[in-house]
Ligand binder design. Structure first.
Ligand code: DQA
Length: 149
């Protein structure tokens, strides 16, 4: 049987990881993050499709693409977390588990980061744990998928 596919989407400015506000987001790059996710996925027996976009519409199209293709979805919507009803709506239309991840602890930062539309469409939210948050999200999703079997 083919390994279940988990889509991992990263929103705007996450392509700049490593050089973007390293005191908040760390010094690892997006490539490093993809490698970490790939290794974690291999250990868990799942496959990943890891993507990043700066465009809201592209992220929404990728969420739609996950329908009928992926078994679960991890998303760091970045700045769109706090603004995008359209991204939330696309996620609400999905019938697979969604986990929202933020590298930083959005609740210890500016008040406008304390609310995320995407959280309404997410089974769980992980924030403040840096890259490890993605690994934990993969573990949680593979547990959920096993329970559903
Ligand atoms: C972020 C937190 C958001 O508030 C911010 O806009 C980002 C990154 C995080 O991973 O900590 O771009 O999602």
């Amino acid at each position: 049987m083919a390994a279940p596919l988990i889509t991992i989407l990263n929103g705007p400015n996450l392509n700049l990881l490593g050089s973007r506000e390293p005191e908040i987001y760390g010094t690892g790059t997006l490539d490093d993050l993809e490698t970490l996710c790939g290794e974690a996925a291999e250990g868990l027996g799942v496959a990943i499709d890891f993507r990043q976009s700066n465009l809201e519409g592209e992220l929404i199209s990728w969420v739609q693409e996950a329908r009928g293709r992926a078994s679960g979805l991890i998303i760091n919507p970045a700045g769109y977390s706090h603004t995008s009803i359209a991204l939330m709506d696309a996620l609400l239309a999905l019938d697979i588990p969604v986990i929202e991840v933020h590298l930083s602890n959005i609740f210890t930062r500016e008040p406008f980061r304390h609310h995320s539309y995407v959280s309404r469409a997410s089974q769980g939210v992980i924030c403040g744990l840096g890259f490890a948050g993605y690994r934990l999200a993969l573990i949680a999703l593979s547990d959920i998928l096993e329970e559903d079997q």
